[in-house]
Design a binder for this molecule. Sequence first.
Ligand SMILES: *Cc1c(COP(=O)(O)O)cnc(C)c1O
Length: 369
Amino acid sequence: MVRPQAKEGILRVKPYVGSEANKGKTLSEGRKLINISSNESAFDASPAAKEAFMRSVGDLIRYPEIDAMSLRMALANHHGINLENVICGAGSDQIIDLLALAYAGKGDEVIYSAHGFQMYPIAAHAVGATPVAAPESDLTADVDALLEKVTDRTKILFLANPNNPTGSYVSQNEIKRLHAGLPGNVILVIDAAYAEYVTTEDYDSGIELVRNEKNVVMTRTFSKIYGLASLRVGWAYGPKEVIETLDRIRPPFNVNSVGISGAIAALSDKEHTKKSQLHNSEILQWFTEEVKSMGLKLHPSFANFLIVYFDPNSSKNAEAAYQFLFERGIITRRVGGYGLPDWVRMSMGTQEEMEFVSATLKEFVEKND
Ligand SMILES: *Cc1c(COP(=O)(O)O)cnc(C)c1O
């Protein structure tokens, strides 16, 4: 019998593994959960964003702006960049997809670092291109290893900076060196979803490089520090030619009106963003020390999450840790899909939440089995 057949690349996609918290079943159990599984904000969204959300409810029968113009204007203003160089997406995931769709296809290669964000190989396969993983050193993207993977067929290099799930980042100088080593026809995509959390001086989100170069795109999101993951709003800053290209295949009305007004309000509430950033710096440092004091190994993080290592040869392995926390209402994230089966990722929640997480983790470490 003849049946519909998906394209070759699609069948190679390893489906994105989401958090247990995003499957209706756990949410409906009615107990209080500590959800530290998806790197969402520790705090609620800005009150201004919530008000904007409520206001836009009056207009649900209308299509939103076709090109998210008012949000793009707000972003251009906020970051001191040109409107024509900004595109918005239904999450930055959509922009990753548009980049792959516009610039890569059958026979082409898309480079990413080995423990990089899961969406890059998915987006590459979806357009029939071949994802190529470059090895990392010490769970950090390695510029030389990335450059070694470049061939005549390379079209895009995706780099999350800081990276999810490792939390490590590549310095501005190293990014510049990476860019300098790439042929001009390869797009360097710097995914700066966690940029607002980074406080070290040798870090740059990529804005400067985009401004000066013709083949660099920076993607950003409202899903993390701005606390608007449910609204699905992301954006990219890139060369005019690239943005115009993406705009040709961008679905019209791709960002909804609630998302547009919520994002504009969140952007304007600088105090709230600052508060989130300060909280994260403190809680990340505190939790890092707590985990270390339990004798567990972790990877130092510069974002709003970190990964903790569990010995696979012990009964207290990563799965056991995940289950132990889960049974006590704490949802974390296994990261085997990122090639890190012995690590568990935990996002930074509120002080109260993280104290409970720490106490529970300690209980796990100290229990006799
Ligand atoms: C969370 C995350 C994003 C954001 O995705 P959205 O689609 O904007 O919610 C992008 N890149 C990385 C590396 C992330 O971890």
